[in-house]
Ligand binder design. Structure first.
Ligand SMILES: [Zn+2]
Length: 225
């Protein structure tokens, strides 16, 4: 491990202490959404900070599942209760859009994966265990795994798979997003998210579980890893 060589660099102020880092960018946050985009800046000058020699071996919980499966709600709860920092897929795309001058990137593009890697490095350098709440298709899983293995993350991967009707009704009733996710997409992701035979993905049917029960189940499994 080379954790001692990790440095937080502000392009204006030079090397800075982690207490001077503002992790989230609130102005990029979606209305009424509890999770914020990770875009760390220096509190002294507002420049985006960089990480030199990010640490290896950070802790990561991956929450996968279709829209309305409860990823964000569960992520928020793990953040509040256990002090994890959250990388939310939607928030990550907001940051990326800002970086790309307004151009939209796909949720599973190389640019998106690079951004996730960058956010993991920052949060790990600041000493956080991390939750990644994101839709990861089986065909893309290897690409994500590469990012995690490269950083020697201690990760566990959970697929939240409630009844499709429960997911659809959650998407239709929740107020945190301005636009409702089309049913077509909810079904598409639900049907695509099958990790049959993949021993390293834990599927949780949370149709009849409270957020509390889901969180307990995840933390119990994660702590065994
Ligand atoms: Zn600065």
């Amino acid at each position: 491990m080379c954790e001692n060589s990790t440095r937080i660099i502000c392009p204006v102020c030079g090397e800075i202490d982690k207490s001077l880092v503002e992790i989230y960018n609130i102005s990029l946050r979606k209305q009424d959404f509890a999770l914020s985009p990770v875009l760390p800046t220096c509190r002294q000058c507002n420049s985006e900070i960089e990480i030199a020699d990010p640490p290896k071996g950070a802790e990561l919980i991956i929450l996968n599942g279709t829209c309305g499966s409860g990823k964000s709600t569960v992520a928020e709860e793990i953040m509040k209760r256990y002090g994890f920092a959250v990388i939310d897929g939607d928030c990550m795309l907001q940051v990326l859009r800002c970086r790309l001058g307004g151009r939209k990137a796909e949720y599973n593009s190389d640019e998106a994966l690079d951004e996730i890697g960058r956010e993991i490095d920052v949060l790990a350098a600041l000493g956080y265990p991390i939750v990644l709440s994101h839709i990861i298709l089986p065909k893309d899983w290897c690409r994500y795994k590469e990012i995690f293995l490269k950083r020697r993350l201690k990760y566990s991967h959970f697929l939240l798979k409630p009844d499709i009707d429960a997911a659809i009704s959650r998407c239709n009733t929740r107020t945190c997003h301005k636009s409702v996710t089309p049913e077509y997409w909810i079904r598409y992701f639900d049907e695509s998210l099958l990790f049959n035979g993949s021993a390293d993905v834990f599927t949780i049917d949370n149709t009849d579980l409270t957020v509390d029960e889901t969180v307990m189940k995840i933390m119990e499994t994660h702590q065994r890893i």
